[in-house]
Design a protein around this ligand. Structure first.
Ligand code: ADP
Ligand code: MG
Length: 704
């Protein structure tokens, strides 16, 4: 029998959350901390001392021996440095366990070991982690024992952000400020805060760990660099929402429980489109907490997989030819008193505030489509965006029939008088209850789709942090809110001015709206005609970070300085070049040490067989000879492609110019990697399976 899980008790049991703080902190301390969390007031060292002490006591009761400032540098993964609570032994040799307010507030990891994209050259190497009290501390249990983790922001000595979190918090401030301005104009006097809320659906693959260990490409790069398609792929659509295998179910159960312990609302789980692919979605929450939780969730997913003899692959495209993995970033704006600014209500045509917000979002996405595209740029995502599965590499907005109709009325006649309604859904079976359909169907192909009361940004890669896309969303929408407020605050007749502005924004930015099939070839042509940016590769997307438009936008709202943006662009290029270089070298290594030797052994067997048959007096060896010809032909192609690739890798420009290196990789190395892959995959279809040096796609994705 399975054990009974008491979710209510389990949920958040390892989190220093509001309930724990209320219970354990002196009233005065609690109040002051709360003020900092909610209003952003500065925290005194006195308060921090008390909080640190209670946090430590609580963590020790949970078995913690260490604490760690937990942060998100620009490497894409989280970083931490562990310190034990012990302090120097006293004379009698005993230690006391201590944790001060200062230790809680500030850490000093060496910034020079993390990417800073040039900031380091001009500034000091010193870096600080600073406690982010808006995201709760938690105790993590793993092989290292229990550790008190303190979410922090990471910045340089002179205050430049070196992490994902600092700009996210800054952008949340920006949109809060401008959204409050906007809703005040609409007569809202009660809401105190507007928070961007995010629910990130996470896709992933699970494969057998033993097989993973036999694939050097998966080990070094997270994706397969070779691999012929199995006879069956995902064409039968029998995996999506299919029944979940027991081994995977057991895994999901443990992932959920570990998430719940840490206050992560793991909610929806199902099989995804590709064999061995799955999804996990938590319930939405404030963007910064969602970003932290997503990082924690990815780590849990990997750790639990390992316990179950599996590997969790978070790469955007572990297997060519089958679906890749993404993160759907569901985004909305919510007030502290529970109003969702993206809720259209039953009659969107009458909901002027909603239409204003909506047209601001349209304007924001149209003005900064390049930035939004960049926010999903990731080396692995290059293989995903634009394949017939993920959204294309062109940003557009899906509004759906109902909203499109309302905007069309506004644009053509100046007023919107009605909203299309969802019809009754009838199945023709009397025992099945009838219900009302949504007014709008779904569109799975759109990168940025309105889905009821939120926007779903589907471009983000599965491995990537969700921080940056939300930084971009928050800031670009803040800008449109600001521009709208600047106009509306001056207007003599508010109703008239709002009406005109909605119409103006909606008509001027119509080109960003696309309700059709984003996978269709014609869409690319149409997008080009509309002048929308088409940025297929990460390398094409990075320049969006350093345009005058981007500098102005981010500096206006104090989200990034020019130097920070330049450094981030440098880091992105550098990451791209390094990743491709590793992939190319891994390919060469596998080809030289595993594939070529295996193929030579196979050709020897073919030749031996032909000779043996002839010696036995039979002249019919055409099958052996045919296979031998084919195999040696491909082997030659492999050898030649290896030579070219190896030359290109050797000539990779070294030195400071990361953009140059990235372009070289994209334009020279990537195509040659494809040229090497082709004959290898062809050989995999010919060579005796027992001699092929690694598990096939079929072995990996159908036999978990
Ligand atoms: P789907 O059908 O796309 O899976 P769901 O309704 O299940 O959509 O939601 C997917 C994600 O969107 C979940 O993480 C959910 O919590 C989140 N979500 C739902 N409503 C909102 C909202 N108003 N703002 C942000 N995220 C939301
Ligand atoms: Mg979704």
């Amino acid at each position: 029998m399975e054990e009974y899980v008491d979710v209510k008790t389990l949920f958040g049991c390892d989190v220093f959350n509001d309930a724990v703080m209320q219970e354990r902190l002196p009233k005065k301390t609690y109040k002051e901390l709360k003020k900092t969390i909610e209003e952003g007031s500065e925290i005194s060292l006195e308060v921090a001392d008390v909080v640190a002490h209670e946090m430590k006591e609580w963590a020790i009761e949970k078995g913690a021996t260490h604490y760690s400032h937990w942060f998100q540098p620009l490497t894409g993964v989280t970083a931490e440095k562990h310190d034990a609570f012990i302090s120097a032994p006293k004379e009698d040799g005993r230690v006391i366990l201590s944790f001060s307010g200062k230790e809680l507030i500030k850490g000093e990891p060496d910034a020079s070991s993390f990417p800073s994209g040039g900031l380091r050259a001009t500034f000091e190497a010193r870096g600080y982690t600073a406690w982010d009290c808006t995201s709760p501390a938690f105790v993590r249990h793993d092989a290292a024992g229990a550790t008190l983790c303190i979410p922090t922001a990471f910045c340089s000595y002179t205050g430049e952000a070196l992490d994902q979190k600092t700009p996210l918090l800054r952008s949340m401030e920006a949109i809060n400020h401008e959204a409050l301005r906007l809703i005040r104009l609409f007569g809202n006097t009660t809401s105190k805060r507007v928070t961007p809320c995010v629910g990130a659906e996470q896709e992933y693959f699970l494969i057998d760990k033993g097989k993973w260990l036999e694939r050097k490409d998966l080990i070094y790069t997270g994706r397969t660099l070779f691999g012929a398609m199995p006879p069956k792929g995902q064409e039968m659509d029998d995996h999506y929402l299919g029944s979940i295998r027991q081994r995977v179910s057991a895994y999901m159960k443990e992932v959920n429980e570990e998430c719940w312990r840490l206050g992560i609302t793991a909610k929806t789980q199902h099989n995804e489109a590709a064999p061995a692919q799955h999804e996990l979605a938590p319930i939405y929450e404030a963007a910064n907490v969602a970003a932290d939780h997503n990082q924690m969730m990815m780590r849990i997913m990997k750790k639990v997989a390992s316990r179950h003899g599996m590997r969790c692959l978070l790469h955007e495209k572990p297997f060519a030819g089958v679906n890749g993995s993404g993160k759907h970033n569901n985004w909305s704006l919510s007030t502290d008193d529970g109003i969702n600014l993206l809720e259209p209500g039953k009659n969107p045509h009458d909901n002027i505030q909603f239409l204003m917000v909506l047209s601001c979002v349209l304007r924001a996405v149209d003005r900064h489509a390049d930035l939004l595209r960049e926010s999903a740029a990731d080396v692995g995502n290059d293989h995903r965006l634009g394949g017939n599965e993920a959204p294309p590499a062109i940003i557009s907005v899906f509004l759906g029939e109902q909203l499109q109709d309302v905007l069309d009325q506004l644009i053509s006649t100046g007023t919107a008088t009605h909203s299309k309604k969802g019809a009754r859904l009838s199945t023709g079976v009397r025992t099945i209850p009838e219900f009302m359909k949504d007014a709008t169907d779904r569109n799975r192909t759109s990168p940025f789709a309105f889905t009821g009361n939120k926007f779903e940004f589907r471009m983000v890669g599965s491995r990537d942090s969700i921080s940056f896309c939300n930084v971009v969303l928050n800031t670009i929408v803040a800008e449109s809110f600001r521009d709208a407020c600047d106009r509306l605050e001056k207007a003599e007749n508010f109703d008239l001015a709002v009406h005109d502005l909605i119409k103006e924004y909606a008509s001027e930015h119509q080109r960003i709206v696309f309700n059709g099939n984003g996978y269709a070839k014609e869409w690319e042509k149409e997008a080009r005609r509309r002048g929308l940016p088409i940025l297929p590769s990460m390398v094409d997307a990075i320049p969006a970070l350093t345009t005058e438009k981007a500098f102005t936008l981010f500096e206006d709202f104090h989200v990034f300085t020019r130097a920070e943006l330049e450094s981030r662009s440098e880091i992105q290029y550098d990451i791209y070049a390094k990743a491709i270089n590793i992939e190319a070298k891994t390919m060469l290594d596998i080809a030289a040490k595993q594939i070529v030797p295996a193929v030579i052994r196979y050709t020897t067997i073919l030749a031996d067989s032909a000779n043996a048959i002839r010696n036995a007096g039979i002249t019919e060896t055409s099958v052996q000879m045919d296979l031998l010809m084919k195999t040696t032909g491909y082997l030659k192609q492999v050898h030649e492609a290896m030579g070219v690739l190896s030359d290109l890798v050797e000539k990779l420009p070294s030195g400071q110019n990361a953009a140059k290196r990235a372009h070289y990789c994209r334009e020279k190395i990537v195509p040659q990697m494809e040229a090497l892959r082709k004959p290898v995959d062809a050989l995999e279809m010919i060579v005796d399976k027992s001699m092929w040096p690694m598990p096939s796609y079929g072995d990996l994705i159908f036999e978990v």
